[in-house]
Design a binder for this molecule. Structure first.
Ligand code: AMP
Ligand code: MN
Ligand code: MN
Ligand code: MN
Length: 283
């Protein structure tokens, strides 16, 4: 795919070592500043742990920082990610969802290890827990181990052959329902954004059904760009954000220098004047 991304000042979707990113929260903030970002959110998977470190470094650096988290959910059996932004860390409903998803991650990891054992691989559970350390345990940890132990050439192959949604069977459906997550967080002073909508196995018709549900259950935003998105996809998502009354959000989904990720602060340009921006009301 030709690269259509360039550098932007706002990045509202990034990962640190507290989930599956490469840099510590403070180093990630430093990198964002180096790249010219002026409004930033750390959105680790199912954890608020990195926020304190990132926000205090951002304050030192004069970078505007908003609290963020990427929550794992499911809709009609399809795993979906949503990004909550600009919340108070004291929010109890959010804390409960995060705690629940962390318990699911541990249980799911045990079951993923069992699934791999059935396919003739060694039991990787203990190694995965050790590798994850303080970070949220997930499939990328299993992918790293499969690469390190020589079972696959790279992480992408690990997902293709063992860890992708198609390979996980019932383990796809472990996450809380989108409806319950949205309704418990709706009207609680935060933005609720559907993450990277083009990364799900959905036709446009189905995506519209999802957006209808997302809005109805209290969602407020849509990521109209995620990294190196095709310009025509961005166009479509901008139109859908207007059609469904969901504010436009943007992000690189940066995880680190390895793999398919764009640099922090880098993604395909959007048409800012033609959409309502999620950060417009934050000033
Ligand atoms: P989990 O949160 O455990 O479900 O793992 C999902 C994470 O795996 C995503 O957030 C990505 O960071 C990563 N991931 C998904 N697909 C791939 C892939 N094909 N290659 C490398 N990393 C991937
Ligand atoms: Mn990730
Ligand atoms: Mn995601
Ligand atoms: Mn992400």
């Amino acid at each position: 795919m030709p690269e259509t991304a360039s550098y932007r000042k706002v990045d509202l979707h990034t990962h640190s070592t507290r989930s599956d990113g490469h840099f510590s929260p403070a180093d990630l903030v430093d990198l964002a500043v180096e790249q010219g970002v002026t409004l930033f959110s750390l959105t680790d998977h199912d954890t608020l742990d990195g926020i304190a470190e990132a926000s205090s470094r951002a304050a030192e650096q004069g970078l505007s920082f908003v609290n963020g988290v990427e929550l794992s959910t499911q809709w009609n059996g399809i795993p979906l990610h949503m990004v909550a932004l600009n919340f108070s860390q004291d929010n109890e409903a959010l804390q409960a969802i995060v705690r629940g998803n962390q318990a699911i991650r541990l249980d799911r990891a045990r079951r993923i290890a069992d699934l791999l054992v059935k396919q003739g691989l060694p039991d990787l559970f203990d190694d995965a827990v050790t590798l994850a350390g303080e970070s949220q345990l997930g499939r990328p940890h299993f992918a790293s181990l499969l690469v390190e132990k020589g079972f696959v050439k790279d992480a992408n192959k690990a997902f293709d052959r063992y860890l992708g949604n198609k390979r996980l069977g019932q383990l796809r459906d472990v996450w809380p329902e989108l409806e319950s997550v949205l309704t418990s967080l709706a009207d609680q002073n935060m933005e609720l954004v559907l993450a990277h909508p083009k990364r799900y196995p959905l036709t446009v018709t189905k995506l519209k059904r999802l957006l209808g549900d997302f809005k109805k259950w209290g969602g407020t935003g849509l990521e109209v760009v995620s990294g190196n998105e095709r310009p025509d996809s961005v166009r479509l998502l901008e139109r859908l954000s207007q059609e469904f009354g969901l504010k436009a959000s943007v992000g690189s989904d940066y995880h680190g220098p390895f793999g398919p990720w764009m640099q922090v602060g880098k993604f395909t340009q959007i048409h800012e004047s033609e959409v309502d921006l999620v950060w417009q009301s934050w000033a």
